[in-house]
Write a protein that binds this ligand. Structure first.
Ligand SMILES: [Zn+2]
Length: 133
């Protein structure tokens, strides 16, 4: 749990860099790789809304772009004060790089939730689905 609290602290720090002139909904994320490194990310909005990128994918893409393809945990926090869960696109992207692991969330009351990927995103589409005989 101590490692998860540290991951949440880093997610909160990353939230400060959120670029959200349209929604003012700031999100921070921090991924823990299997090798023990941490990569953080924030949401980055765009005037063309579809070009917006979520904090979870920002953090994940930073990790993968530096050679880290196995994630063991991801922490997510937001400025809403409520538990903030990943969108469907992020759940799919997380499942690509986290075969098993936990998602960690914290609200403004300091309550922490730890949810296994298999609970938050069951029946995910994987590369095994692409293999055909
Ligand atoms: Zn997302």
């Amino acid at each position: 749990m101590e490692q998860y609290k540290e991951l949440l602290t880093q997610a909160k720090a990353a939230m400060a860099y959120a670029y959200t002139p349209y929604s003012n909904f700031n999100v921070g994320a921090a991924v823990l790789t299997k090798s023990g490194k941490v990569y953080t990310g924030c949401n980055i909005e765009n005037a063309a809304y579809g070009a917006t990128n979520c904090a979870e994918r920002t953090a994940l893409f930073k990790a993968v772009s530096e050679g880290e393809k196995e994630i063991s945990a991801i922490a997510v926090v937001s400025s809403s004060g409520e538990f903030t869960y990943p969108c469907g696109i992020c759940r799919q992207v997380i499942s690509e790089f986290m075969k098993e692991g936990n998602l960690i969330f914290e609200n403004n009351e300091g309550e922490i939730k730890v949810i296994p990927l298999s609970d938050i995103y069951p029946y995910s589409f994987t590369k095994e689905n692409l293999i055909s005989d």
